[in-house]
Design a protein around this ligand. Structure first.
Ligand SMILES: Nc1ncnc2c1ncn2[C@@H]1O[C@H](COP(=O)(O)OP(=O)(O)OP(=O)(O)O)[C@@H](O)[C@H]1O
Ligand SMILES: CC(C)(CO)[C@@H](O)C(=O)NCCC(=O)O
Length: 395
């Protein structure tokens, strides 16, 4: 694991009752994006402990009157790694940096600008911890997406395992998850989000990822991809189950056309590229699910960005190859699994006996993590900068 791909944790000292705003920052520095997860407590004047405790109890979660309680929110934010200074400025302006421990790639910068050091965490372990936490504790976290239809999945926390977690970051990791802390990275591919963004940047001259993604909306992949119909005179190859519109060869038309790069529209290139990467990931994921008899596949990572065409392509690939047997699911907090997992592991190590409690607004879900009860509810829009409302019980 290169230092650039090392997840870090910036942790401050924890204060209960004696500070009005309590914040605990998790900073996840990997390939392309820096993810931040931090907890901020409500202003004491807005909600008091009794109010939070009774709110939780009225919604079905038990609390212990003898333990201090903090109400607040888990916040999510991301920055491009190249904009590390914006990130540092943000951490500084939000005063998230007080305290800390550890060190690596950006260690000197963090030390110099914020006077904090960084701890190293295991990437796969954090991804799995984050995924398990979200799937068990957060209402409407997982959803299916097919033919433009988004449907939230009802996940029974007692019937979650086993599943395949596919994290699509710069590269792709496929992890078979069997329980809390029980997992195996069974496969991966280097053709991931970095490939889409890297090749896309070179081929279209797009200046940022969002622009490239936006272009793909308007493109037509048939201009560049060679379809079965292009090979079989416009007809299906029904005997082997291929329709005329199936892609026979991604970018295949570029070899036969007497065209140069400038003759292709950037939007068509972007569309073909997105389809190629998404299809390939969907197919490899399904094959791995098949290998281990896994019915559920959860796709995460910032490559997805809640983008309709990406999700649709992955879903179609899983559906096609599994003949409808397996299902692709996506996560609202797709890009924050590692950061959240590191946050959870921080709790395990440093906040012995601490309980994070959800303020369940309508659908309380109780989940046991490291012996603690966790309850969570969501605010804000999916996959952007949003927050999860929490109450925290100290020992
Ligand atoms: N604003 C953005 N800037 C750059 N890439 C973005 C952006 N938004 C989404 N992406 C996509 O997200 C990918 C990175 O995803 P993510 O942050 O989950 O993984 P990573 O941590 O960089 O990579 P890995 O997991 O391989 O270490 C990029 O390769 C790109 O495809
Ligand atoms: C190397 C990591 C784990 C770093 O996040 C990721 O980029 C990845 O899973 N890449 C794919 C490597 C492979 O299995 O071919």
């Amino acid at each position: 694991m290169s230092l650039l791909h090392t997840p870090f944790r910036v942790s401050n000292n924890l204060h209960f009752r004696d500070s009005r705003t309590y914040s605990n920052l998790l900073c996840w520095l990997t390939g392309s994006l820096i993810k931040l997860v931090y907890f901020s407590r409500y202003d004491d004047s807005c909600r008091d402990d009794d109010e939070l405790r009774s709110q939780n109890e009225s919604l079905g979660s038990k609390s212990d009157n003898s333990r201090p309680v903090l109400g607040g929110k888990l916040h999510f934010a991301k920055f491009e790694t190249s904009k590390i200074n914006d990130c540092l400025e943000f951490i500084h302006s939000m005063k998230l940096h007080l305290g800390g421990g550890g060190a690596y790639k950006f260690a000197d910068l963090f030390k110099e600008k914020l006077s904090v050091s960084l701890d190293k965490e295991d990437e796969m372990e954090c991804l799995v911890t984050g995924a398990n936490f979200l799937l068990k504790a957060v209402h409407q976290e997982a959803f299916t997406y097919l033919d433009g239809q988004k449907e939230f999945a009802q996940i029974d926390p007692n019937d979650l395992y086993p599943y395949l977690l596919v994290n699509i970051g710069s590269g792709v990791s496929m992890i078979k998850v069997d329980g809390d802390g029980k997992f195996e990275r069974v496969s991966g591919t280097s053709l991931g989000g970095g490939t889409f963004w890297g090749l896309g940047r070179l081929l279209t001259k797009c200046k940022n990822f969002d622009e490239l993604l936006e272009l793909s909306h308007q493109g037509n992949n048939r201009v560049i991809d060679m379809l079965v119909g292009d090979i079989y005179g416009g007809t299906d190859y029904a005997k082997i189950g291929l329709s005329a519109t199936t892609i026979a060869s991604s970018f295949g038309k570029a070899i036969s056309d007497n065209k140069e790069l400038v003759d292709y529209k950037p939007e068509d290139i972007s569309r073909s590229l997105l389809r190629m990467i998404s299809n390939n990931i969907g197919q490899i994921s399904y094959l791995n699910a098949l290998r281990f008899g896994l019915k559920r596949i959860f796709f995460a990572g910032f490559f997805i960005r809640g983008h309709a065409y990406t999700m649709d392509t992955i879903s179609v690939a899983v559906n096609f190859w599994s003949k409808g047997e397996a299902e692709a699911m996506f996560l609202r907090h797709e890009g924050f699994l590692g950061a959240l997992g590191a946050f959870m592991s921080y709790e395990k190590q440093c906040l012995d006996g601490l309980t994070v409690n959800k303020i369940p607004q309508r659908f309380p879900i109780s989940v046991s993590s490291a012996g603690n009860k966790i309850y969570c509810s969501m605010n804000g829009k999916s996959n952007g900068n949003e927050s999860i409302e929490c109450t925290v019980y100290g020992t």
